[in-house]
Design a protein around this ligand. Structure first.
Ligand code: SF4
Length: 124
């Protein structure tokens, strides 16, 4: 019996957008069988996306004393997908006062991940 499930994914590293089929090799959970890719980078992407998918999270935080009521922010590095809802809870708690310069750290070491939330524009 083959209990390994195959996940369909699309490689987003280049415009070819190869359709990948990724599954664990029976008895070798660390090793993956990757079909449908056309290059080594695609294989690396398949491993990352299967084992620990991450995303750059973008959002806004409440800001006072500026021309706009919300400041656009993003994570300084890709965040594990499983932490996105918790990260949003943290971001939604924040209220800051302007002016703010682009790149300012708004939340340091978000959820102990060593990833910061930073301003993506200046606002005064
Ligand atoms: S597998 Fe390689 S060729 Fe295919 S989309 Fe990814 S980077 Fe492009």
């Amino acid at each position: 019996m083959n209990e390994s499930t195959t996940r369909e994914m699309i490689c987003i590293l280049c415009p070819l957008g190869c359709k990948m089929q990724v599954s664990e090799k029976p008895g070798q959970p660390e090793d993956l069988k990757v079909r449908g890719i056309q290059c080594k980078e695609g294989k690396k992407y398949a491993y990352e996306e299967y084992k620990n998918p991450t995303r750059i999270l973008t959002s806004t935080v409440a800001i006072h004393n500026t021309t706009l009521p919300r400041l656009p922010v993003k994570t300084s590095k890709p965040l594990p997908k499983g932490l996105i809802y918790k990260a949003m809870d943290e971001i939604n708690k924040v209220e800051i006062t302007g002016p703010i310069k682009v790149g300012t750290v708004i939340i340091e070491n978000l959820l102990g991940t060593d990833i910061d939330i930073v301003a993506t524009r200046s606002l005064g």
